[in-house]
Structure formats: C-alpha cells, structure tokens
Design a protein around this ligand. Structure first.
Ligand code: SF4
Ligand code: SF4
Length: 361
C-alpha cells in the first residue's frame, strides 16, 4: 500500500436541494432528501476533524449550499480552524446581505455558475425562469463585498457557440478567473449525453477562441479550460488520483473520493456519522481500493503515465465498461477505447434530444 499523505481539500456537499435543474448536474441521479442531511452541529464536527486531519481548503457546495440556514455558522467554524473557505453557488438565492455576512464570517472566495451568457438560453438550461438575472445581481453583491469571484461555465453542444461572449461576460462582471469546463459524462450528464456532446468542429472552434482569449487577456483574466474527455487521447488525472488529495462529504455524511464514486456497486462508503474523517481517510477499504498503482491492470501497470493520470477515472471506466477496475476507456491505449468512439458516432448521428432535467425522483 502506498504512503498516504493528508488530504488537501474537502468538498462539503451540504445539501442536494437546489432551485435549478441543470441536465448535467454532477449530483447523483438518486438525490438525498432534506430529511437525510447532516445537521449543523455534525457539519461543525466534520470541519474540526478536517482541520485536525490537515485539510487546508473547504469548498461549500451542494446542490445549492445557500439553502442551508447554518451556512454562515459553518463558514465561521471553518475560519476559526484556519481553513480557507470557498463558496460554490448557483447564485439563485440570497444577495448582498448574505454575502456581506459570509465575508465577515471569513469566506475567502466565491465560484458562481452561469449556464450561458444569454438570459433565455441560460434559463432554459437551468430550468428556472429569471435565474440569469438573479445571478447577475449576485455577482455584483460578491464584488461589492470585496470577495474574489470566479465564474464557472459548464459548456456543451447547446451553449458552446457563445464561448467568446461568456469570456466577455466574465470580464464585465469583474471576475478574476473563469473556469470553462466541458461537461463530464457521469450522473445526470450521462443520461443527457446525446443532448450535450458537442461535435468535433464545435469543440475545435471553441478551443481556438479560448486560446486566443488567453493570449489577449493574460494578466487580466485567468481562463481555465477543461476539454471533454471523450475527444482526448489520454484521460485526465481524475481527482489527482483516488484518495490522494480530495475527499467529498455528501449531504447524508457518506464520504467518497469523488462525486460519482457511489455508483461503484461493490464498494461500501463510510459515513462521518459512524467514523472519524481520519479513520475514513487512512483506514477504509473504499479509499484504499484504487489508491496508488497496485490495483492497475495492463496497459496502465506498465505505462509511464501511471503516476500522472492514475489510470484515469474509475467511475467513467464503470459507466462505459461495467468494471471500475479497467483502464479508463477515454485512453486510446485502453482495449475498450472503441466504446468512446461509438458514443461519439451515436451522438453525431442522433437527432436533437430534449433534456432530462435534474429532479428528485
Ligand atoms: S449543477 Fe445546477 S442543478 Fe446541480 S447543483 Fe449546480 S446549479 Fe444546482
Ligand atoms: S494506459 Fe493507463 S496510465 Fe497509461 S495513459 Fe492510458 S490510462 Fe494513463
């Protein structure tokens, strides 16, 4: 078993409740209801344990974390333990008063998601009329509170052609950074794959625009760009390796190494309701199972990229091949790579598909 370092960051998924219904949401298809959520005091204990474990950053997320009335208290708890706290929000709830209170409690950064640069399409994708206007006001409130702002733009076939205007919008709203991330196909996005996968021509044009904007805006606006796995020839280093730097506490207290890990059927994930975070990080089968390189099959086992991309994404291997322990099929060296090519071919041939919106079932 490899030596295990302390985690760097904790994703605190405070709730799955959200006023929006994005068809690419990374929350699981089986959403957790409010009755199953950890209470405020349990979250305070999680934050204390995270700091003691060596975590440096906490990302308050959801669903929409501003649904939780205890959010200000949790930000203050994180700050009291020296944790850097970041709010990941849809911006559909709250405004100046809340943001000012969060800043005063110790919040250090806000990531605000937009579904498009244009109101009608943004609201259609979000599944909520008027959401775009609320987000604009929210962005202004973040800047008024003096907090650094990052815009999160999730891009796909149905908004990718507006990528230049998205970058202009980030600048106009006073963001320091914009993260333009193509949809990754898990959970709700996997259900909507045929509606979301862009064509190769769309992707190439978007990439050209991003590269030109990066040059033009160097020193003014940082642009992060995550391309869709399916068009790559090598996978991304998912979570920088399973159980290496990140842990994700879900609304019910279940702890997973990444968003989609609960889809892996033969793994039982521990809960902060029954175990400490330290026990979970250092002594649980779920976190050990795909740590390091010992678990790898060929061709990863003999590959010189095995400690760069860690064999890619386990959840993607599961979703595409039915076996989480195989090489990620987006890797061109994988014996299953034809599955990705088939998905791209299917999406290119398919008629436009309606969205399956995220909702409690
Ligand atoms: S992706 Fe959309 S639906 Fe999912 S939590 Fe974020 S804002 Fe809500
Ligand atoms: S064979 Fe495995 S380690 Fe090598 S590039 Fe592909 S996924 Fe990464």
């Amino acid at each position: 078993m490899p030596a295990v370092d302390p985690p760097l960051a904790l994703l605190a998924e405070l709730t799955h409740r959200c006023p929006l219904a994005c068809p690419y949401c990374s929350n699981p298809v089986e959403l957790e209801r409010a009755s199953g959520e950890l209470g405020g005091e349990e979250w305070q204990r999680v934050l204390r344990e995270a700091a003691a474990l060596g975590v440096l950053q906490v990302h308050f997320s959801g669903g929409e974390p501003m649904v939780r009335r205890e959010l200000r208290t949790l930000i203050a708890e994180a700050a009291s333990h020296g944790l850097y706290s970041n709010l990941i929000t849809s911006g559909a709830l709250g405004g100046e008063r809340e943001i000012a209170a969060f800043a005063e409690a110790g919040l250090r950064h806000v990531q605000l998601s937009f579904q498009d640069h244009e109101a009608a399409n943004a609201d259609r994708i979000a599944g909520l009329a008027g959401a775009f206007e609320r987000k604009l006001k929210f962005a202004a409130a973040v800047r008024a509170a003096g907090l650094p702002l990052t815009l999160n733009m999730v891009v796909h076939r149905q908004n990718l052609d507006g990528i230049a205007e998205m970058i202009d919008m980030a600048q106009a709203l006073g963001a320091r950074r914009v993260e333009i991330a193509h949809v990754q196909y898990y959970a709700w996005a996997l259900e909507n794959r045929a509606a979301l996968l862009p064509s190769r021509a769309q992707l190439d044009e978007a990439t050209r625009i991003v590269e030109a904007a990066r040059e033009r805006l160097r020193g003014v606006l940082a642009i992060d760009y995550v391309v869709p796995d399916y068009y790559g020839v090598r996978p991304k280093g998912c979570m920088n390796g399973w159980g290496r730097q990140f842990l994700n506490v879900m609304p019910s207290g279940t702890v997973v190494p990444c968003h989609a890990a609960e889809t892996i059927p033969d793994l039982s994930f521990p809960s902060v309701r029954k175990q400490s975070l330290a026990d979970i990080w250092y002594r649980s089968d779920a976190f050990d199972r795909f740590r390091g390189t010992d678990w790898m099959p060929e061709p990863c086992r003999g590959c010189d990229r095995r400690e760069i991309d860690w064999g890619g994404c386990r959840c993607q291997a599961l979703a595409l091949t039915g076996d989480a322990a195989r090489t990620d099929p987006v890797c061109a060296l994988s014996p299953d790579h034809t599955l990705v090519e088939a998905a791209l071919g299917e999406a290119a041939a398919a008629a436009p598909q309606p969205f399956v919106y995220r909702q409690f079932r």
